[in-house]
Design a protein around this ligand. Structure first.
Ligand code: OFO
Length: 146
């Protein structure tokens, strides 16, 4: 069984992941409107991936006999001043998500909840990859602007 505190925190993370998906979909819509379909496709793929991250927590909460409770998803930003600004916003967002995952891991370790810590380790590794991927695009766009 999950503790009440952990159940609440994991439900909060489902909301973060769904917001991530929504944010990337908003970026995809903006790139489409700017006639940049390649960037839009990249963002759509990210949106699907984030939805998958939310569903992974959904499945896990149920497996541990917890209760999934969905909350309202906040409205994402709709416009960015340049492709670089959008990818920088994406990087900032991933850094925020890394902080959320680290906080969850700290809670799991404090509660000696090894099963949740094992799940979270997957997200810790995933965040390293996600930050690196977006950062490499940010660096390339910065080079292109020189
Ligand atoms: Fe982009 O990150 Fe989910 O976890």
């Amino acid at each position: 069984m999950l503790s009440d505190k952990m159940e609440k925190a994991l439900n909060g993370q489902i909301n973060e992941e769904l917001y991530s998906s929504y944010l990337y979909l908003a970026m995809a819509a903006w790139f489409e409107s700017e006639n940049l379909p390649g960037c839009a496709a990249w963002m759509q793929a990210q949106a699907r991936e984030e939805n998958g991250h939310a569903l992974k927590f959904f499945k896990y909460i149920n497996e541990r006999r917890g209760r999934v409770t969905l909350q309202a998803i906040k409205e994402p930003t709709k416009e960015w001043k340049s492709p670089l600004a959008a990818f920088e916003a994406s990087l900032n967002h991933e850094q925020h998500i890394t902080g959320c995952i680290n906080d969850l891991m700290n809670l799991a370790l404090a509660e000696k909840d090894h099963a949740t810590a094992a799940l979270l380790q997957w997200y810790v590794n995933e965040q390293v990859e996600e930050e690196a991927n977006v950062d490499s695009i940010v660096q390339k766009l910065k080079m292109a602007e020189k």
